[in-house]
Design a protein around this ligand. Structure first.
Ligand code: FES
Length: 120
């Protein structure tokens, strides 16, 4: 028996200064909806994260176990993230490549701005 309550957990940065402007809250909602629709809420958790000190490179998603960082992730390209949460299949094309170890915060003018999808 596992000592973990969930098989996998995705931490989505939704409380920092930049990821929410880049669509992380919409991404969070889309991931939760997908996990719910798949009937996997008893084994997969999508949780809110505060700032991960990688501002401007997001939106960021960190998946455990294995601690894989993904960015930037939009709702439009979230399917591989959902597959990793459900099946454990890695999504190497979306893996975050940090510019340097530790904190990486872009100045506002250098942020990657991802247009939000039209909800209609
Ligand atoms: S706002 Fe997401 S890493 Fe800082």
């Amino acid at each position: 028996m596992s000592s973990h309550p969930y098989q996998r957990i995705a931490w989505v940065c939704v409380e920092g200064k930049t990821c929410p402007r880049q669509g992380s809250r919409q991404l969070f909602d889309a991931l939760r909806k997908a996990i719910h629709s798949a009937g996997a809420t008893d084994r997969v958790r999508v949780a809110r994260s505060g700032c991960l000190a990688q501002c401007g490179h997001g939106p960021h998603v960190v998946i455990e176990p294995g601690t894989t960082w993904y960015a930037p992730v939009t709702t439009a390209d979230s399917r591989p993230i959902i597959e990793q949460l459900l099946e454990g299949t890695p999504a190497p094309d979306l893996e975050y490549q940090p510019p340097s170890p530790g904190k990486n915060i872009r100045k506002p003018a250098e942020e990657t701005i991802i247009p939000l999808e039209d909800p209609s």
